[in-house]
Design a protein. Sequence first.
Lengths: 557, 431
Amino acid sequence: MSGFLRIQQRLRLFCLLVTSCLLFINSSALQADDLSADQASETREISTQDAFAEKVQAIASASLNARGAAVAALAELNHERSDDVILALQQNNLYADRSTPPRVGIAQADGSFVNAIDGEPMDAADAEGLRRIPINNTQRSQLRSLLAQMNLSDKNPRVREQAVIRMIIDGLDESTLNLLQARQAIEASDRVQNAIKLAFAVHNMNNESPEIRKDAISVLGRSLEPIARNTLTRVAQEDSDKQVREKAEQALASIDSRIGLFRIGENVFFGLSLGSVLLLAAIGLAITFGVMGVINMAHGELMMIGAYTTWVIQQAFPDHIGYSLLMAVPAAFLVSGAIGVLMERGVIQFLYGRPLETLLATFGISLILQQAARTIFSPLNRAVVLPDWMSGSLVINPVFSITYNRLYIFIFGLLVFFALMLILKKTSLGLKVRAVSQNRAMARAVGVRANWVDALTFGLGSGIAGVAGVALSQLTNVGPNLGQAYIIDSFMVVVFGGVGNLWGTLVGAMGLGIFNKFLEPYAGAVMAKVLVLVMLILFIQKRPKGLFPQKGRAAAD
Amino acid sequence: MKLKKLAKNVGKFGIACGLTLSAFATYAADTIKVGVLHSLSGTMAISETTLKDTMLMLIEEQNKKGGLLGKKLEPVVVDPESNWPFFAVKTRELLEKEKVAAIFGCWTSVSRKSVLPVVEELNGLLFYPVQYEGEESSRNIFYTGAAPNQQAIPAVDYLMNEMKVQRWVLAGTDYVYPQTTNKILEAYLKSKGVKQEDILINYTPFGHSDWQNIVADIKRFGSTGKKTAVVSTINGDANVPFYRELANQKISAEDIPVVAFSVGEEELSGIDTAPLVGHLAAWNYFMSVEDAANDAFIKTWKSFIKNPNRVTNDPMEAHFIGFNMWVKAVEKAGTTDTDKVIDAIIGVEVPNLTGGVSKMLPNHHITKPVLIGEIQEDGQFLTVWQTEGLVPGDAWSDYLPDSKDLISDWTKPISCGNYNTKTKKCLGTAQ
């Protein structure tokens, strides 16, 4: 091992020498006191420049199937601009026209083009007629492998780590191992160091000595990367040495038990995330149905309005997608809330105490709102853009990651819940709402304007539905049918949690979410939903008032 | 007794009325009526309204060319409201009341199944333009969309041979088309030596939006070192959150490509395509195909619909082919009489929009090329593979034990939709 390292060091020294020589040649060319060296390097530069131009043009004019070979040829050339061109191709920024030889340009962030061959800016006339050079998946993965070596010195440790893993997957050889060795010496990040250790371990699995293989197994056994597990699986089946096979099996078992734990963690998160969506959908209903006793079938459509509000705001501020979501929250609250107040004043106030009529009337309103959305926004779904901070995932380890949009929506759901709690418990509106819902006549007798409170309460519940719509716009389609998909779930949660009890709604939503997600792997998505409904029906038979029934005078009806 | 008499009289009156009316109609305007049976409201309106407009455009274009048999074509548009039984009611109305010469319509398989007995009973003609699961053949229906062997099987072949895929996830929405297609695909994969443990089948409800654990499962399934692909028969809305979740969990098209059978230009035009780039779709037509006929079609469509941003898609091409075939067959037969058109249309050839010539086969399916495209950022497809020549549609899959011996041939002497080549018997009533 130490001998190997020494050779490595020598190689590195040699490389350094060569680079400094090259630097010297370049600088001496600039000084122009050594004419012969100058000329030699110039002719060499011209010939590589020509070869480079030829290769770049070949990429542009190649057919889709031949493009891969052209890219490989360019990479082999190792020209200083090769990496730029390859990167541009991978990022869909490489353009060419149809002339022969084609003009090739790289699109810049500001919409202008630079010439791919010499890096000079192209003027508008030159850039005319340029079309993007399309690539397919085979080429994309080829480019990714080519770029892995380049990414090894990226600023972001995550990218470096991925580059190492990519190199392991693509298969390691002497040259990539040398690169990794060089990186290992200067690498500061633990993650990348671990990945490099993993790479050597995977490589050492082919070593002749069983001892080295065993050492490598203990490195692999600590990693959760799929490649480590796959290597171990192969070794456990194929290795010639019995002890090595046994050790590999032990390592596999320990990996599997850790993966099992993370899977439970993952399922809990999925459940909480589904629960937070249910909570957001149900929480407004917990006010209108739970506190006021109005069966509002148009609740889903109020969420739909919130989602459309998000879309309208994104359309109005196309340059501030990141902030538009934050603006959409109060806007959706106001729009849906206002429509809720209108509904209450216009229809529902005449129907208090007549649940059947309320149900039919609000169902009618829901149809009207849906059709209105179709007329105003067309029956097609609208594309709400996911801001950058909402996409991607928080990678905790290779088998456990949490998507940001779900994480934020979970936090957001809890925030909305506690804000609502605060309003109901600490504000004067909340006090009046509770008073009216407990005893309307007595509340009026002490001077509460019951009608006014009803309208505001309904507006509050509707506004929260609108806020839920903002969150849903990040998860699902914004279209006229958005509301229908959630109305059943919302009622389910409120009834399960106990009508009129906000804490019940929270526990009910999270409970149903987790229950659903733990069933899904065994029963499938369709059966899981059915089972949840069946269980809920049985539960309601046993406890008609839900998980947390209201006690005392509030429950007297 | 009295009642019966009354009914009889009313009936006579009705017939007399009808006769005078129809006589009047033929006298007033000598037209051939064409039924357009597409949902203009409800959940399917998104997809089907476009097809209604396509039919109106094709009829208008035909009338500009002088109509058919010297008469103008007159579209009769009805709205079955995405309500499956209502499709049967509207078909009856089109055939009995409007006396249309042919119907172009339906999207979902369940709506076609609902129309089938009515067109057979009243001897009408239905041109069905959408890819479907096969296992059906009716004398009165012409299937201009893809049968499974014209979409699903070539797509799997592409993944297996070109992308070297070894593990398969068959994900679909829980209804008849995905289930039948996946059954065929599973049998096909096994016939190619794929083991049961390398196939994962998953069904989700319509409009499913919480894909977290399914995508996590796919990721886990694909992390064994063998190349994995997803064959998606996920329908409609549910695709958007599905692809979004794939992107969020950092599964790129290079790692685990998804090939979809229900995602076309129209579906892509309403969504943020960034998470979909590089994923695949298999169709018989892409708007991006470079062909003179296609360019002309796109131009006509954009000016007809008065919107330069509208896209064209595969079912539109199927209507284009079906309509032209019907026109040719009527010209050949010299009449719009159903029986004569059914006989005349077999073997009719019309150019399709991808540079080939499609032909109506005796099994009432057509020949089509199969194209595999990768989704690009602009919502268009980049064709990465296509079959040599055209693939003839096969009504009965060769990979299902129940149907591998069946063929459909509506020419004499067989004249049967489900003829068993082993027992040499016609099973009768197509289903």
